[in-house]
Design a protein around this ligand. Sequence first.
Ligand SMILES: C[S@@+](CC[C@H](N)C(=O)[O-])C[C@H]1O[C@@H](n2cnc3c(N)ncnc32)[C@H](O)[C@@H]1O
Length: 224
Amino acid sequence: MPDRSVIQLSGDGSHTVVSKIFEDVTYHSRHGAIAESNIVFIDAGLKYHFEKGKDNISIFEMGFGTGLNALLSFLWSKENKIRIDYQTVEAYPIDATVFNNLNYTDILGERQVFESFHNLDWNQSHIITVLFNFKKHLSLIEDLSLDKCFDVVFYDAFAPSSQPHLWELPILNKMYQILNDGGVLVSYCAQGAFKRNLKSCGFTIESIPGPPGKREMTRAIKIT
Ligand SMILES: C[S@@+](CC[C@H](N)C(=O)[O-])C[C@H]1O[C@@H](n2cnc3c(N)ncnc32)[C@H](O)[C@@H]1O
């Protein structure tokens, strides 16, 4: 099926994508794609975990999408000289006609790295730089089995109103299982049912200030 997704400008001048597979849901906040990714995933997840004293960080992302979270993680790793092992899963990759026209690298740089994230083979590990390893799994998250655990999960599924099953116990338990002790899951979603489900899995929950347009977001910590 051809990808009929369309690019849209978000509030901070960075692009987002409107999905045509999932009935007009956007890949990011309409208030600002880069702003949201930085606040929810980089600051509340990656940076938060790093500040606990880690110098090698592994990240698993639910939903590779446009590759924006991967690019921001790469930039963070380069700036802070911290080694990152980044793995991500995607079941419905966007077309080259879409990712080639996104404006992220006009704003952030690293065009070659961004293109490589999209063009490299699926299901294989790639050394992007000495600091950054990258692997993208072409799979439904439901079917994915991983052979390692992670420090940080970027939980970036489409909203519960579009894909309710991705916010329920079976998948959230899977995320709990793939986290190291002390690991952290972050999500833009602050819905009560989501937080209750995370609690049932064993997570300790924090509701923290969200990105523009969202009062709160969720950080869940695995403390065993
Ligand atoms: C909110 S978007 C992710 C945005 C992305 N993190 C970024 O930086 O652009 C959600 C993504 O999850 C993918 N997706 C939806 N259902 C999925 C599933 N069951 N398994 C894996 N990926 C899925 C969608 O195709 C979409 O790319």
